[in-house]
Design a protein around this ligand. Structure first.
Ligand code: PMP
Length: 448
């Protein structure tokens, strides 16, 4: 048999040295192990999880036949569509049975294009204020397969250091020269741009065929938003292209859920490529690229995710149509807008209440990704265990996904959370604080 330990995890995160390899395998993965419990229901504000024996790290943990209820503060169910998808009603289910089926069994470019795909692409393009759109079966592949169709060797790709793994993979597959700028550091980005062009020369005389800046709307581990107005200014000044991954911002940011452009009041026409996923605010699966007609036509022909991968599953497309129509208010129920407002209200309440009490949070006020800084991996373990024991299911993340002393719990807020649930969570954290010592003030006391 193959010895899998020899593979390392190089494909996942670059390993810098043996220490990192040791740490990842022996410490961090054990913390993660707590979370490998299968869900027993939809990932709503509450989730049922199959109970497994805690404390056992071997591969053959026996599944217990009991389910437990947890408050779910970890899924990306920002608008609550994962549990209750607006108009995804009996009628839609009947339509899936009679007309749509569950698979296209073919890529888009062969026998896989259905009317529902085209309908969805038109709707998403209109929603985002772009000319055209292309949808894919997987968000991760949308990044990793399309960047390679946009730039190649001879091009320069400038990437925020905290970009998602799918963007990093896409950048590497493209063969373009990659330069990384410090997270959201506009001075550093400009320095790279400045040294990368011959100033005053027309675009054809530059050392690079194309320069592509790649950023995220809301960063998934930090809860920060990109400084979009400044990035747009720089991309215009240095004649670069801009690619924005809106996985965590579309639906969740902006007054009407149109994402980071709306949040900052930036014209979507200034962003060359708007990418997003359907696995979060839309409560479904897949990804999109919204851009101008030429780029979309090019990707339709060249993107491996279009040409060599089966088209988006039709019921998934139906689900996304229903949630997008709800967000846009086409269904006339006002439900989508109500959820966007509710998410904002929940996020602001939760952030201000925790910050007031002295917890260290990252990200900005309206970001539904709320990282709580826990720092050490030992505390992270204690936090994970305490949470599970008390019926709370957050996501915990540590090195190498974060800096070594930047371990954190990543809370994701949802429109489905009630005020009582959030208050319960705050009270729980307060009760556990004497043991966990998460607050800034507790740490100062400990040091003294
Ligand atoms: N981009 C970002 C920023 C993400 O956080 C993720 C996954 N969470 C993806 C892309 C991949 O999306 P999906 O999970 O829908 O494949």
């Amino acid at each position: 048999t193959m010895d899998t330990s020899e593979f390392g995890n190089k494909g996942f995160v670059p390993l810098y040295n043996d220490f990192e390899a040791f740490y990842t395998r022996n410490v961090y993965q054990r913390v993660l192990h707590y979370w490998c419990h299968p869900l027993a229901g939809v990932p709503g504000a509450n989730i049922e999880i199959w109970d497994r024996k805690f404390g056992s790290f071997n591969e053959n943990i026996r599944l217990q036949d009991t389910k437990r209820n947890y408050l779910n503060i970890g899924s990306y169910n920002y608008l609550g569509f994962a549990e209750n998808n607006g108009r995804c009603s009996e009628e839609t289910i009947k339509e899936i049975r009679s007309r749509l089926g569950t698979t296209t069994a073919s890529p888009r470019s062969e026998l896989g294009t259905l009317k529902i795909h085209e309908e969805l692409e038109n709707l998403i393009a209109g929603f985002l204020g772009k000319d055209a759109c292309l949808v894919f079966g997987m968000g991760f592949a949308t990044n990793s397969m399309n960047i390679a169709a946009l730039v190649d060797d001879g091009c320069l790709l400038i990437s925020d250091e905290l970009n998602h793994a799918s963007l990093i993979l896409g950048a590497r597959l493209s063969g373009a020269k990659i330069k990384v700028f410090r997270h959201n550091n506009m001075k550093h980005l400009e320095k790279i741009l400045k040294t990368s062009i011959v100033e005053g020369q027309p675009r054809t005389r530059r050392p690079w065929k194309k320069i592509l800046i790649v950023v995220e709307g809301i960063y998934s581990m930090e809860g920060t938003s990109c400084n979009l107005p400044k990035i747009v200014e720089l991309k215009k000044k240095y004649k670069a292209y801009l690619y924005v991954d809106e996985a965590h911002s579309v639906g969740a940011m902006g007054k009407t859920g149109r994402g980071i452009c709306e949040h900052y009041g930036v014209d979507p026409a200034d962003i060359d490529i708007l990418m997003g996923t359907f696995s979060k605010s839309f409560g479904a699966a897949g990804g999109y690229i919204a851009s101008n007609k030429d780029i979309v036509a090019h990707l339709r022909k060249e993107s491996h995710a279009q040409v060599y991968s089966s088209a988006m599953s039709p019921p998934v497309a139906r689900q996304i149509l229903a949630s997008t129509e709800a967000i846009m208010g086409v269904d006339g129920s006002g439900e989508g807008q109500r959820r966007i407002r509710q998410l904002k209200e929940n996020t602001r309440f939760f952030r201000t209440e925790l910050q007031k009490r002295g917890y260290i949070l990252y990200g900005e006020l309206d970001s539904p990704v709320v990282p709580l800084l826990i720092c050490s991996i030992a505390r992270l373990c204690a936090f994970a265990k305490t949470s599970l024991a008390n019926g709370l299911a957050p996501v915990v993340v540590g090195f190498p996904a974060t800096p070594i002393l930047g371990a954190r719990a990543r809370f994701c807020l949802s429109a489905s959370h009630t005020r009582e649930q959030l208050q319960w969570l705050i009270d729980l954290m307060e009760r556990c604080e004497p043991v966990l010592g998460l607050k800034l003030s507790s740490r100062h006391k400990q040091k003294a």
